[in-house]
Design a protein around this ligand. Structure first.
Ligand SMILES: [Zn+2]
Length: 201
């Protein structure tokens, strides 16, 4: 067993911080030290914010977003165009699109992608709820904004099948040259997708 260098409370803090994405054991130690040195300014408020979040966090029963209210802040925002629904895999994608201020629309968070190898089937995602939302009416366009991975594309095709027969326009994000990107550096898949989804200027 590795020798401990601090009391169990601090060791536990380091251990838990080390489970966060992007933090290895070394950066977890650094973060823990940073926190314990700033007990009043940081450690206590962080502990409080975490327990508050743990107390109140919920999954929106309408769209699958994670928030502290159900329906979530986005679903209850009167300024949003609810006739357009952006379908994403995860809340992180929703946050990314919101940061980009791409569209002031509604969302639907699938909670993952179909992946038979990992045992993820349609019932593990919020696909049925999405079909219900479309069936309830008022949605004119579904934008399928899943990742450009094999699983993402399989999920997109499945969704399109499920929504077949509804009077709703289904679109997907364009695949292609990133903003500021140089053609020479792109992989063949991206280049050929960009060529196929060329637009008139
Ligand atoms: Zn919601």
């Amino acid at each position: 067993m590795a020798k401990t260098i601090a009391g169990p409370e601090i060791e536990r803090l380091i251990q838990l911080l080390g489970k966060l994405p992007g933090l290895g054991p070394r950066s977890a130690r650094r973060a823990a030290l940073h926190l314990v040195k700033r007990r009043e300014q940081l450690l206590r408020p962080l502990g409080h914010a975490m327990s508050e979040a743990a107390e109140h966090v919920k999954v929106c029963s309408n769209c699958g977003n994670i928030d502290t209210r159900d329906p979530c802040t986005i679903c209850t925002d009167p300024s949003r165009d609810r006739s357009t629904v952006i379908v994403v895999e995860d809340v992180s994608d929703l946050w990314a699109l919101e940061r980009a201020k791409a569209l002031n629309a509604a969302y639907h968070v699938l909670g993952g992608v179909l992946s038979p190898l990992d045992g993820v089937g349609p019932d593990d995602l919020t696909i049925r709820r999405l079909v219900e939302r479309v069936a309830e009416g008022g949605i004119a366009e579904i934008i399928v904004a899943v990742n450009a991975t094999v699983e993402g594309q399989t999920t997109a095709h499945y969704l399109i099948d499920q929504l077949d027969g509804f009077d709703v326009k289904i679109t997907r994000l364009a695949h292609g040259v990133p903003v500021g990107g140089e053609l020479d550096y792109l992989d063949e898949g991206t280049l050929s997708a960009a060529m196929r989804s060329r637009t008139k200027i």
